[in-house]
Write a protein that binds this ligand. Structure first.
Ligand code: PXG
Length: 461
């Protein structure tokens, strides 16, 4: 019998509550309520332990780009587990899957990237970025260049450096973060900071906050700027087209390194292989994870551009950094199969030419809903801004928790959609078809209607 079938939902929930501390969770509240137990998945659908089918519009956690149940990935893992389940990449050794993946990543990433440092996750990738950036400037004879500039409401992971780079105030409040020499500027969120300007004008204004911060700190102290092309966990904040080219110009002007955190945007999400290609930036370093294996098995890393790689290789000596699972052969074998499948199914082209524009139309049609103040997409990610009043995008009272109300209806109606404050967000698997986009849009519309009915009944409007 499959493990899932060996206990009832209540038994799983009781054992879960007794022993399992979940990430980003109020342990006591969840223990009282009981977790939803997910037992299997296929394509873009999940099933829970009660046999309920759910459309997973979040790709697991922004990662299952090729959808669930892809035999090619399963076979790659199985074969590699048989042949060589593990060997490390320390002590002057390597395994064929890790070498082949390093080579393939050089091919699918922008041309400045010919080298990769593997990690086990996106957070470890960003910790690697901090160490690498600081090592680079030491080797350049500029050890005073330590400060990394990031943005409020960014998410770069949960380790000490990842959470410090991130701009989540609640995370910083727990554990004395950020660590020294990481500072934040405001995010390029037009609704919050830009109303009254055109989006393109605002994009330039927001980018110039970077220059202001560089000048305030002294350019000689600034090592790097890091950003997600589109902020994912922050609520799918899609910057204006003017933003990233201006950020690039400013980084070039002061010689500082540009880091693109592609953990969510990488591997096709935005309709190009990497988000920096969609937005017109040429980063020196790129963090990746999630979509590299479609989440079938953990893997992350940092693509190291020529500028940094040359210095580390030619002048660096030993780089005192690495993880047991850097270049894990099974993870790398799955990544090889995953990237092969993305290419074969032409998923990046499909998102760019077909399903991405189709999703944009579907979301545009949701703008007519009385609760929706704004609807935006980029490739196969999107956000709906829920508002009390469309005029001036007037928000609901915070105490209402409108996003969580809507998310509750999604759960109850067989749809996984995330709520980030008053933004309802999606990032479905890249294999999603037009018919499935219609199916998802109909579910979203139903949940918006149910949320509106609550708002009318409870007097929130
Ligand atoms: N960078 C970005 C841009 C991410 O989105 C990480 C780094 C960290 O990756 P790991 O593999 O260490 O988790 C992430 C992860 C959410 C949510 O609520 C998003 C992430 C993780 C957990 C929850 O949207 N992104």
């Amino acid at each position: 019998m499959q493990l899932a079938q060996q206990r009832t939902t209540q038994q799983w929930q009781a054992a879960d509550a007794a022993h399992f501390l979940h990430p980003f969770t109020d342990f006591q509240a969840l223990a009282k309520k009981g977790s939803r137990i997910i037992t299997r998945a296929e394509n873009i659908y999940l099933w829970d332990s009660e046999g309920r089918k759910v459309l997973d519009a979040m790709s697991g956690l922004w990662c299952v780009n090729v959808g669930y149940g892809q035999q090619r990935l399963i076979d790659a893992a199985t074969q590699q587990l048989r042949e060589l389940p593990f060997y490390n990449a320390f002590f002057q050794t390597a395994t064929p899957p890790a070498i082949a993946l390093a080579e393939l990543l050089s091919e699918v990433t922008p041309p400045q990237f010919q080298h990769v440092f593997f990690t086990g996750s996106g957070s470890e990738g960003n910790d690697t970025v901090v160490r690498m950036v600081r090592r680079y400037w030491d080797l350049q004879g500029q050890p005073q260049r330590k400060v990394i500039i990031s943005r409020r409401n960014a998410y770069h992971g949960s380790t000490m450096a990842g959470a410090s780079l991130g701009g989540m105030a609640d995370m910083h409040a727990q554990g004395g973060l950020p660590i020294p020499d990481i500072v934040h500027i405001d995010q390029p969120y037009w609704v919050q900071h830009g109303q009254g300007m055109s989006r393109d004008e605002f994009g330039l204004v927001a980018a110039r906050w970077l220059e202001d911060k560089i000048l305030e700190l002294g350019p000689e102290r600034v090592a790097a700027f890091i950003g997600e092309p589109v902020q994912g966990a922050g609520g799918v904040i899609i910057p204006a087209a003017t933003y990233w080219p201006e950020v690039q110009r400013i980084c070039d002007k002061y010689g500082i390194l540009l880091v693109s955190d592609e953990v969510i945007c990488g591997f096709g999400r935005t309709g190009r292989w990497f988000g920096c290609e969609t937005f017109g930036a040429r980063p020196d370093l790129m963090t990746f994870a999630k979509g590299v294996t479609s989440g079938y098995i953990p893997l992350g890393g940092v693509m190291v551009g020529d500028r940094v790689a040359k210095t580390l290789i030619e002048q660096g000596g030993e780089f005192e950094h690495g993880y047991t699972y850097s270049g894990h052969p099974v993870a790398c074998a799955v990544a090889l199969a995953n990237i092969g499948l993305i290419r074969e199914l032409k998923l990046v082209e499909q998102v760019h030419d077909n399903t991405g524009p189709y999703l944009a139309e579907a979301f545009a049609s949701l703008r007519e809903h009385p609760l929706v103040g704004d609807a935006e997409t980029c490739g196969l990610m999107g956000a709906l801004l829920l508002v009390k009043d469309k005029a001036g995008l007037k928000p609901f009272d915070r105490t209402v928790g409108i996003g969580m109300v809507c998310r509750g209806h999604c759960f109850a109606n067989g749809l996984i959609m995330r709520a980030v404050g008053n933004r309802m967000i999606i990032a479905p698997p890249l294999v999603m078809t037009r018919a499935q986009i219609d199916e998802m849009t109909a579910l979203i519309r139903r949940c918006l209607d149910l949320t509106l009915a609550d708002a009318q009944r409870e007097g929130w409007l």
